[in-house]
Design a binder for this molecule. Structure first.
Ligand code: PLP
Length: 403
């Protein structure tokens, strides 16, 4: 990977904060944007802008073509079998809420079980709790080991005829653990149980092939994968989506409406009520093209090497404690140093130009499991370098010396 060229594609990386070069290590929260992605959106606003799907005029048709071409780009990127299986949403959170609501309506009733894990983001906990309140389903939680890996034996023991869905993260946003998703899916499928994977922290970092995984639902956010904010994807196997009722009502998702009876549009539009973010989808397609031009395998290899390098360098900091030391780990490192509060560490690193995240990372149950309130989290994107890791390590030493 030509790091100088890649970094030059992200204009924000050359700015300074507090007179220091920006070292952006908060990529788990959102990544910076390549110029080509923003250009694609600006170009569409300035030359094509018109509402999609409904217009007979030239611009509307062109905008529709761009929007549907973007769906095809997403479809190819994750190797979905059909564009009918690619639903545009507002993000990972909305995608999970959609499944919880709609799959819940169609397939879940009192006493049925949904399996999640101890390392889930709130987005993959709360929608199921809301469903539990509405429908009386039971949430089962797979525990994790001290190194931050799923207890696969406990998981397998939890699976039963009562289990109606498994919903687990592909990569933990706190621990960086890459879960053994093929094993998770195989064990569930052996009992005909469908699986949802939260791909918010995997799609930006590795090649994802939904057919190879044989996963039933796969969800992710564009803004974490070099695309725009406010856009996400729900991949779902057609056999499920076909049988699930609409999530929201409105324009686009209908075939015909009368006061007596409304019929619904076919997939994928059945789940896309209202005007979609058709400019955002063009931007996301440009972002995916950009990632593919660099190569998903190259991005993954670079970030894995960087993660190992960072773990080794950080390990030399006296009194550092890591949270998440799984063998299969990528791009996310959570830690605490001595008794320095994570918030103090983050604030002081910020003054040195280093952006890290502090707090519970929307994973309070995981924090409870770890017996802490929060961590400092450094998370990498494709443009991060070993030099930046060195700056982080020096920064931590400097903060330490202040206490
Ligand atoms: N799931 C995981 C693992 C995440 O890391 C995040 C965001 O940090 C989400 C879900 C929620 O994503 P969004 O806020 O884009 O909907």
């Amino acid at each position: 990977m030509d790091m100088n060229k890649i970094r030059a594609d992200f204009p924000i990386l050359s700015r300074e904060v507090y007179g220091k070069p920006l070292v952006y290590l908060d990529n788990g929260a959102t990544v910076q944007k390549p110029k080509c992605m923003v250009d694609a959106m600006a170009d569409e606003y300035f030359t094509v802008n018109a509402n999609v799907h409904r217009g007979v005029h030239y611009l509307s048709q062109q905008a529709t073509e761009l929007h549907e071409a973007a769906r095809m780009t997403v479809c190819n990127h994750i190797n979905a079998a059909s564009i009918n299986e690619v639903i545009f949403t507002k993000g990972t959170t909305e995608s999970i809420n959609l499944v919880a609501f709609s799959f819940g309506e169609a397939f879940l009733s009192q006493g049925d079980e949904v399996i999640i894990s101890e390392m889930e983001h709130h987005s993959n906990i709360v929608p199921w709790q809301l469903l539990a309140e509405r429908k009386g389903i039971v949430l089962k939680v797979v525990p994790i080991t001290d190194s931050g890996e799923l207890c696969m034996d406990s998981y397998k023991e939890m699976l039963s005829s009562k289990t109606k869905l498994v919903s687990i993260t592909h990569v933990s946003n706190v621990l960086g653990t890459v879960n053994p998703v093929k094993d998770i899916i195989k064990a569930a499928h052996d009992l005909d149980i469908p699986v949802l994977l939260d791909g918010a922290q995997s799609v930006p970092h590795m090649k994802v092939d939904v057919q190879d995984l044989d996963v039933d639902f796969y969800v992710f956010s564009a803004h974490k994968a070099y695309g725009p904010t406010g856009l996400g994807v729900l991949y779902g196997k057609e056999k499920w989506l076909d049988r699930m009722p609409p999530y929201q009502g409105g324009g686009e998702m209908i075939k015909s409406v009368s006061f007596e009876k409304t019929t619904f549009n076919e997939l994928p539009f059945k789940f896309e009520a209202g005007t979609p973010d058709f400019v955002g989808t063009t931007g996301f397609a440009a972002a995916l093209d950009y990632m593919n031009a660099i190569g998903m395998h190259e991005i993954e290899a670079h970030e894995r090497e960087l993660t190992i390098y960072a773990m080794n360098q950080l390990a030399q900091v006296e009194d550092i404690r890591f949270f998440g030391v799984a063998e299969n780990k990528t791009s996310v490192i959570s830690f605490l140093v001595g008794d320095i509060h994570h918030f103090d560490m983050g604030t002081l690193l910020d003054r040195l130009g280093i952006a890290v995240r502090t707090g519970h990372h929307c994973a309070q149950p995981l924090m409870n499991r770890l017996g802490i309130e929060g961590t400092v989290r450094a998370s990498f994107g494709m443009y991060n370098t070993k030099e930046e890791v060195d700056i982080l390590v020096k920064g931590i030493d400097r903060v330490k010396s202040m206490f």
